[in-house]
Design a protein around this ligand. Sequence first.
Ligand code: PMP
Length: 437
Amino acid sequence: MTSNEQAAARARAVIPGGVNSPVRAFGSVGGTPLSIVSASGATVRDVTGRDYVDLVASWGPALLGHAHPEVVAAVQQAAARGLSFGASTPGETELAELVIDRLQTGRRAEIERLRLVSTGTEATMTAIRLARGATGRDVIIKFAGHYHGHSDGLLAESGSGVATLGLPGSAGVPADIAGLTLVLPYNDRAAVEAAFAAHPGRIAAIIAEAAGANAGVLAPDEGFNAFLVDTAHAHGALFILDEVLTGFRVGSAGWWGLEQQAGQRWTPDLVTFGKVIGGGMPLAAIGGRAEIMDLLAPLGPVYQAGTLSGNPLAVAAGIATLRLADAEVYRRVDAAASAVADAAHAALAAEGVAHTISRAGSLFSIAFRADPVRTYADAKAQEAWRYAPFFHAMLAEGVALPPSVFEAWFLTAAHDESALERIRAALPVAATAAASA
Ligand code: PMP
């Protein structure tokens, strides 16, 4: 039988680092990454045949749990009709209608058009291009610790404050491109105002995760998203809401929907989706008002395209997933998230480990510090080394956590009482490991 070590060694010989996306390599927790052969409901199975309760959920898409029978059947039926046509399909329209319906607040059609792409990276890259095309401006604002995919301009990391343009966050990103991205501290209104004051008439858009969830969970302060919309508009810029991770995961209309329910009244100019919208298949989307979205080719001058965009298998998975993702699904995911977050808190508190649980709807993460986390700087100022022993103790007990302290834990509607019981049983062991680190 193949071991995970053997699978990883074989992979490393032909795939850089043995992985097709870096965090899979267990770089920050050490040890051998799992090589997964199948998954069902709340569990994943590795090459040795061992099952783990999964809190990665494919990094978000598996809202319903892995391999939901109705989603799998929809994909199988679509596959039998042909894998890709390079032409329009009725399914694409159906998915766009489904998404737009979910985003209606009853006031007016805020999201009127949707274009389908294959990855979240493409969605945010296209949203930025649209914002630049619509405004005729070049500079964008993003927040430190927010991830929007790996396109050149969005990898820019924190620079030296408000007035300073960002530095490349990756080798291979030209400084001229990174220099068009201003990186600001999250939840910092003064920094946003100062950036607009320092670059009058140059800022095309602010892009923000609807609720930050890529540096651990960084929830927006109440009213912060509304402030971003108002400030962008006051200066002739657009607001791009990145719901790739939160969209259709934290609620039926994403994080934006939760804020609307809570009485916040604001509308993004453009919104990006990914992950859940494709139910585990490569699918993502950009949405917005017709006047902006219709700037896209073939109607307008902003070019964007894709051989596999709107792929019929991905669309079938997306439609099936969104149709199944009803209020009961969100209730179950919320309840499972609360159960796990509470159990993690209790286990760490019992061992006297300083920690805080950051939450944004059903998304949460643990930070090994006592104080709340509002910014990327806060997230980095923690006893991060406690996570590796915590993670490995969980893994040994049969629970697969995200292999980094800077990631959210993902629950699914398939995390039933028996899955939750396995997590609850493992947490005290992991808390002891974290305490002695
Ligand atoms: N935006 C956000 C908020 C994300 O979380 C991610 C992926 N984690 C992306 C964009 C990029 O999506 P993809 O990995 O599909 O390119």
